[in-house]
Design a protein around this ligand. Structure first.
Ligand SMILES: CC(=O)N[C@H]1[C@@H](OP(=O)(O)OP(=O)(O)OC[C@H]2O[C@@H](n3ccc(=O)[nH]c3=O)[C@H](O)[C@@H]2O)O[C@H](CO)[C@@H](O)[C@@H]1O[C@H](C)C(=O)N[C@@H](C)C(=O)N[C@H](CCC(=O)O)C(=O)O
Ligand SMILES: Nc1ncnc2c1ncn2[C@@H]1O[C@H](COP(=O)(O)OP(=O)(O)OP(=O)(O)O)[C@@H](O)[C@H]1O
Ligand SMILES: N[C@H](CCC[C@H](N)C(=O)O)C(=O)O
Ligand SMILES: [Mg+2]
Length: 488
């Protein structure tokens, strides 16, 4: 419970009518979830406008309405607050309602097209092993120390986000590492949060279905850095040409990291093998259990964050070198067939190219690389042909299959991908929309020593078809199919 006027602290008020001194029990932006004594915030979505549900919210018990346009007929029992940006108001209100949890711990946000989950997961594990109570908000799961809570989005909505942060404060967390998706920044889910720092990993083609142009996608990421206070740090990867752009208007203390050029934090890849990565960081040669060139970036970013947060260099490297991730990011599936099976969450052209380049670097050249890949339905269509082209260029065999078709026809998505297959490569490609059958086919093509990459779904344990999520786990299916072949 909190007083309405207190919840509205810092919200731009264009007009107010009604009682501001009443108690509010919850904040909602979905009328279907409203009950007694709640404040309903009307937000414009991509499908409908939340303003159309103001009456429905009042019927269900909303006593305060926050909106951009006032309804024609106002009810005497309800307080109406007009603001210029409801989504932003929602973020600020959630921060107030939960009593500013982000200011009571050190909250670090990681943004970028790829590497967010890996980076926050490494940071969470590192800081736990350094002895702190630590929270994490990620695509895969949310966590307070060892306690795992399910996650539905890369960044939760403003209300959930602040509720979780409050829980983390109560659990005594000193640090929270969170992913900041471009959608979340754009939709102001993080308005009102007090960040101790922000990290930029990279930016490449994704989500143009939502942001429309690459420039507005970049602008969404940059907003995170523009909004940082001077007490915060901003850490960017300068090997990405947009790294410096992120820093342009930031008041925060600026740091850079790079594998290729001068930067505050630098590392050199000494070796990159299926057994792990050897890096030279700060004059020290260290082996890490993560695989893949791109993970050198993630490890360096983590090292930089921990250093900025004043942890000891040797301590950081000692603990970081022990961490192993089993989260569907370049994850090898243990088996006895002699086939190297890798499950990876690469679902963008850039990520797929990185993963396949990494495989290319660590392969001997005598084996086949077999890639199973699809693209999600109701998402950016431009990436479909690009991903098929990359898969063909960097693999010996490719099976184009379904990812999460969502509301689209799987065959149509595959046909969109197929457009990227050059005629000269067409013989490499098989189209098979049933993902389980596609993985089975890859396993049956594979001989001892070959490498199978199953890309796109990583940690996901479902496949979403026409609004229904069916159980599906790439790791489980790969295991099952390899065993089937081995035991035949
Ligand atoms: C595609 C997208 O961006 N969707 C956002 C959009 O929802 P929408 O268009 O479906 O909403 P809508 O159906 O038009 O409804 C508009 C408003 O009316 C309300 N409403 C609607 C119906 C009703 O009966 N009553 C009611 O009150 C809705 O609750 C909503 O507030 O507007 C909503 C309000 O701002 C957002 O919460 C919602 O993000 C949802 C959570 C979402 O799924 N977003 C995805 C794409 C996303 O954010 N993904 C990123 C990860 C991406 C990545 O990193 O790869 C993430 O952070 O997870
Ligand atoms: N630093 C990086 N640079 C480029 N590619 C990367 C990097 N880190 C991971 N990847 C690739 O991107 C995929 C997704 O990685 P990760 O889940 O860490 O990213 P994310 O930013 O959290 O993605 P999402 O937006 O879906 O939450 C990995 O499976 C890997 O293929
Ligand atoms: N957060 C991303 C994940 C995509 C994962 C991929 N498996 C797909 O379903 O397209 C999204 O919702 O766009
Ligand atoms: Mg993620």
């Amino acid at each position: 419970m909190a007083l309405l006027k207190d919840i509205l602290y810092k919200v731009k008020l264009l007009s107010v009518s009604g009682n501001m001194e009443q108690d509010i029990s919850a904040i909602h932006f979905d009328s279907r979830k409203v009950d007694d004594k709640t404040a309903f915030v009307a937000v414009k979505g991509t499908q409908v406008d939340g303003h159309e549900y103001i009456d429905a919210a009042i019927e269900k018990g909303a006593v305060a309405i926050v909106c951009e346009t006032l309804p024609q007929n106002l009810s005497d029992e309800v307080t109406y607050i007009q603001t210029d940006n409801s989504a932003r108001a929602l973020g600020l209100m959630a921060d107030n309602f939960y009593d500013h949890p982000s200011s009571k711990l050190k909250l670090v946000a990681v943004t970028g097209t790829n590497g967010k989950t890996t980076t926050v997961t490494l940071l969470h594990q590192l800081f736990m092993s350094l002895g702190y109570n630590v929270g994490m908000l990620s695509t895969v799961q949310n966590q307070i120390n060892e306690e795992v809570m399910p996650s539905t989005h890369t960044t939760p909505d403003a209300v959930q986000l602040n509720e979780l942060l409050q829980k983390m404060v109560k659990a005594g967390c000193s640090y929270v590492f969170m992913e900041a998706s471009s959608h979340a920044i754009d939709q102001e889910r993080m308005a009102g949060l007090q960040l101790a720092g922000a990290v930029f990993s990279n930016i490449s083609h994704d989500h143009l279905d939502y942001h429309k142009t690459f420039d507005s996608y970049i602008a969404a990421k940059k907003k995170l850095f523009d909004d940082l206070p001077s007490s915060a740090f901003a850490l960017v990867n300068v090997d990405d040409k947009r790294g410096m752009v992120m820093l342009q208007n930031s008041k925060a203390t600026k740091y850079t990291y790079s594998l290729k050029m001068m930067a505050n934090f630098r590392a050199k890849v000494l070796s990159n093998a299926l057994q792990g990565l050897e890096l030279n960081i700060d004059q020290k040669d260290v082996w890490f259990r993560l695989i893949g060139y791109f993970n050198a970036y993630n490890l360096l970013a983590v090292y930089a964050v921990a250093s900025i947060l004043e942890e000891d260099s040797v301590e950081i490297l000692t603990h970081l070198s022990q961490i192993e991730l089993r989260n569907g990011r370049f994850e090898q599936i243990p088996n006895t067939t002699g086939i190297n099976a890798i499950v990876d969450y690469a679902h963008t052209p850039d990520a797929l190219e990185n993963v396949l380049n990494t495989i290319d670097n660590i392969r001997t050249g005598n084996e086949q690389v077999i890639t199973v890949v699809g693209c999600g339905g109701n998402r950016d269509k431009d990436k479909r042909p690009l991903m098929a082209e990359i898969a063909c260029r960097l693999s010996d065999r490719v099976i184009l299959t379904s990812d999460n078709p969502r509301g689209e026809e799987p065959e149509q998505i595959i046909a969109d991908m197929q457009k990227g297959v050059p005629v000269s490569q067409a013989r490499k490609v098989t189209n098979l929309s049933d993902r389980k059958e596609a993985i089975k086919l890859a396993c049956s093509f594979a001989q001892k020593g070959d490498i199978i990459l199953v890309a796109g779904k990583g940690h996901e344990t479902y496949q979403e078809v026409k609004g229904v999520k069916h159980h599906f786990d790439d790791k489980e299916v790969v295991n099952e199919m390899l065993n089937l072949i081995h035991n035949r």
